[in-house]
Design a protein around this ligand. Structure first.
Ligand code: PLP
Length: 400
């Protein structure tokens, strides 16, 4: 049975067109682009083409694109570069809801003696701009704030933040791993200095990413060795994946608006039906500024893991937090930062869609999930508590 895959913020299927494009470079054209012979050397042209394709998706120049191994490497590289460039500056500003690629890296930096400000968010996951403004000082090496949140899909006001930082001459990195290919990004007008993206979130394979570095931005490499990527990221190029990412960016860019409209229609249908059919369900996050493919819904008084296991029996794949935190029973640091109540935090499920999802699939989830929630509530201690509370209130209202 084909799964109903609604976990596309964790990873996406490699698009068939992307796979076709990359396979020759795994099978036959396996040369090293740094080689002197034609067999390897001819690949340089294909890397240049892929670089231009990625640049086009971001409104960037090809030379502003550095290929990396993943979003995490891009994020780490951006922050480390800033710290190397400004050795006298000891303050890093980020947010309380970043992906671990930034959040845990900043915790690591704190242990090394850097001062980290984690800007808080409100109950809808929106950035507290007052707290952000108050954190600004003359000791900042870099500000790293995500474009869109992987768990809730909430989109931050990157343009506003970048404008403020540019006025102060502060280096700005944004983790756009979830945003790239889902919403328009134009670095020509967007005031960011560095931006990360990851191939496997936009239908390219895992193991390839990009760090955009604006022309003129001082940069220090994180991975040091050979002269690849103009000395900005050493290591023999992952040529097949780089070519795949180029193709994936072409596909994403070509259909960005129609795909966003398609995804938000499916997502909104799913969300509305689940809120209607499941009592005590709520959406986590600002629904006005959100990625078109994501909804994070809390089903109060039930454990998210139990919901996932039941959904899995029906072939439905979703997530109870970010891919990196699932597997532990720690509640999500994102939902905690938003102050989501305990009973709702534990029953949160993220559905994240892709171009390959269909209306029939939404109908199936709408059919199977409400009975799952009902059944789990009747079994769980929180559910029983809730049912008892409901019974008491029913008795009260019927006796008045
Ligand atoms: N940043 C965000 C917002 C993400 O969602 C992810 C992956 O989930 C990453 C960074 C890490 O990307 P990668 O898995 O390519 O290292």
């Amino acid at each position: 049975m084909k799964p109903i895959y609604l976990d596309n913020n964790a990873t996406t299927a490699v698009a068939p067109e992307v796979l076709d494009e990359m396979l020759p470079y795994l099978r036959d054209l396996y040369g090293n682009p740094s080689s002197m012979h034609t067999f390897g050397g001819q690949l340089g042209g294909r890397i240049r083409e892929a670089r231009a394709q990625v640049a086009a998706l971001l409104g960037a120049e090809p030379e502003e694109i550095i290929f990396t191994s993943c979003g995490t490497e891009s994020d780490n590289t951006a922050i480390m570069s800033a710290l190397e460039i400004y050795p006298g500056k000891r303050h890093v500003i980020t947010t309380r809801v970043e992906h671990p690629a930034v959040y845990n890296f900043c915790k690591h930096l704190a242990r090394k003696g850097y001062r980290i400000t984690y800007v808080p968010v409100d109950s809808k996951g929106r950035l507290n701009m007052d707290a952000f403004n108050k954190a600004l000082d003359d000791d900042i090496a870099v500000v790293s704030i995500m474009y869109a949140n992987n768990e809730t899909g909430v989109v931050f006001p990157i343009e506003e933040i970048g404008t403020l930082l540019r006025e102060r001459g502060v280096l700005f990195h944004t983790d756009a791993v979830q945003a790239a290919g889902k919403i328009p990004i134009n670095t020509k007008t967007l005031p960011v200095d560095m931006l990360s993206l990851s191939g496997h979130k936009l239908h390219a394979p895992k193991g390839v990413g990009v760090l955009y570095v604006r022309k003129g931005t001082r940069f220090y490499p994180y991975i040091i060795g050979g002269h690849q990527e103009q000395g900005r990221r050493a290591g023999t190029e992952n040529i097949a994946s780089i070519i795949a990412l180029g193709k994936a960016c072409v596909l994403a860019g070509k259909n960005l608006e129609t795909e966003a409209a398609y995804l938000s229609k499916l997502r909104d249908k799913l969300e509305a039906a689940l809120l209607l059919d499941c009592p005590d369900a709520r959406v986590n996050g600002d629904t006005e500024h959100r990625l078109p493919n994501t909804t994070n819904i809390s089903f109060e008084y039930v454990e998210g893991e139990a919901i996932l296991l039941k959904l899995d029996e029906f072939g439905v794949c979703a997530s109870s937090g970010s891919a990196c935190t699932s597997g532990s029973l720690e509640p999500s640091h994102v939902l905690r930062a938003m102050g989501v109540p305990f009973t709702a935090m534990h029953g949160s499920i993220r559905f994240s869609l892709s171009r390959y999802n269909t209306d029939e699939e939404m109908n199936r989830v709408i059919e199977v999930l409400p009975p799952i929630i009902k059944e789990l509530r009747s079994l769980s201690p929180y559910g029983r508590e809730k049912l008892v509370a409901e019974k008491i209130s029913q008795c009260k209202t019927s006796s008045t």
